[in-house]
Design a protein around this ligand. Structure first.
Ligand SMILES: C[S@@+](CC[C@H](N)C(=O)[O-])C[C@H]1O[C@@H](n2cnc3c(N)ncnc32)[C@H](O)[C@@H]1O
Length: 292
C-alpha cells in the first residue's frame, strides 16, 4: 500500500477501496478457492493487483475488472508479466441486475481458451456491489463452479442464515438453493487499509449442479424469492397475494397454500429452502407467465 501513498492515490470510499493488507488472509482467500489449472477466475476489483498476482500462477486464466483508471494503470504495471491475466477497466455491472457484457465476453473467451475449464469468482469485493455481483453471477450464461469473496459480515450472515433467524431472507434462499454456503473467516476492520466501518468475512459458496438442475426456471425462482420475502413481518399468504395480485385470485392463492399444507399464520421466514422451492413450483404451474 506504500506504493499507493507514494504515487498519491487516495482510496475512494465510493468505490469501496479498502485494501486487504494482511497477507495471511489474502492467502486464505486463495487456498479456500482450491485453485488449479482448469480454473478461470473472475476477480471484481483488481485494486493494486495483490490478489491477482497470487492467483495467476496457479490458474488457467484470470479476468480482473477495475473501475478506477488510476488503479487499473498501477495494476497493469504489476501484472505485466502474466500472459494469462486479462485486465478490464470498467464497471463490472451494467446495472444492479446485470453484469457488464464486456466482462461476460472476456470470461467466455477465457473459458473457451482453457482446456476443461470452470469458472470461479475470487475477489475482495467492493461492498456497494457485493450483493448484485454474487447473486447475479448465478443468473449469467457462464455458471460459476465456486465463489470465494470478502464481503461485509452482515451480508455473509444473510447468505448462510437458517430459517427462523433474523437474517434468513431472499438472499439466503436464492444462494442455498444452488450452493453449499460457508462463512470461512470473520475479519476485523484492522486488516484493511483504510479501515472500513464494518466487520467483514470471507464467504465460500460451492455451486451444486444437481441443485441448480432441480430448479426448472431460475429467473422465476429468483423473482419469487425476492417478492415472497418483501414484507418479512407479514403472513406468507399476504405476501403471495401481494406478489401475485395481477396473476392469481385470492381463491387460487388459498388453494396453493392449502396444497402446500401451510398454516394460516405461517410466515415466509419459517419455511425452509426445499419447501420454498416446491412452493415456487406450485405457483409457477398456475401462473407460468408471471413477471415482476
Ligand atoms: C475492496 S477493494 C479490493 C482491491 C484488491 N483486490 C485487494 O484485495 O486489495 C475493491 C476494488 O473494487 C473496485 N471497484 C469498485 N466498484 C467496482 C465496480 N463496480 N466494478 C469494478 N471494480 C470496482 C475499487 O476501485 C477497488 O479497487
Amino acid at each position: 500500500m506504500s506504493k499507493l501513498r507514494e504515487i498519491g492515490v487516495k482510496p475512494a470510499s465510493r468505490h469501496g477501496q479498502n485494501f486487504l493488507i494482511d497477507l495471511n488472509l489474502v492467502r486464505l482467500i486463495v487456498s479456500s478457492a482450491e485453485l488449479g489449472p482448469r480454473d478461470v477466475v473472475l476477480e471484481v476489483g483488481t485494486g493494486t493487483g495483490a490478489l491477482t498476482e497470487m492467483m495467476a500462477p496457479q490458474v488457467g486464466a484470470v479476468v480482473t475488472v477495475e473501475i478506477d483508471k488510476h488503479l487499473y494503470e498501477l495494476a497493469s504495471e504489476e501484472l505485466i508479466d502474466f500472459d494469462n491475466v486479462t485486465m478490464l477497466q470498467c464497471d463490472a455491472l451494467k446495472n444492479k441486475n446485470r453484469f457488464n457484457p464486456l466482462v461476460m465476453d472476456a470470461v467466455g473467451e477465457a473459458l473457451a481458451r482453457v482446456p476443461n475449464s470452470q469458472l470461479k469468482l475470487v475477489a475482495n469485493l467492493p461492498y456497494s456491489v457485493a450483493t448484485p455481483i454474487i447473486s447475479n453471477l448465478l443468473l449469467c450464461e457462464h455458471t460459476p463452479h465456486m465463489m470465494v469473496a470478502t464481503i461485509q459480515k452482515e451480508l455473509a450472515d444473510r447468505i448462510v442464515a437458517d430459517p427462523w433467524s433474523k437474517d434468513y431472507g431472499a438472499l439466503s434462499v436464492w444462494m442455498q438453493a444452488q450452493c453449499a454456503t460457508e462463512l470461512v473467516r470473520e475479519m476485523s476492520p484492522k486488516v484493511f487499509w483504510p479501515q472500513p466501518k464494518v466487520t467483514s468475512a470471507i464467504i465460500k459458496c460451492t455451486v451444486s449442479p444437481e441443485h441448480r438442475d432441480a430448479i426448472p426456471d431460475l429467473r422465476y425462482f429468483h423473482q419469487f424469492t425476492k417478492s415472497i420475502f418483501l414484507h418479512r413481518r407479514k403472513f406468507l399468504r399476504a405476501n403471495l397475494v401481494a406478489a401475485m395480485k395481477r396473476e392469481l385470485t385470492k381463491e387460487q392463492v388459498d388453494e396453493i397454500i392449502g396444497r402446500m399444507g401451510f398454516a394460516d399464520d405461517a410466515r415466509t421466514e419459517q419455511i425452509d429452502v426445499p419447501t420454498l422451492l416446491a412452493f415456487c413450483e406450485e405457483v409457477r404451474k398456475v401462473a407460468p407467465d408471471w413477471k415482476l
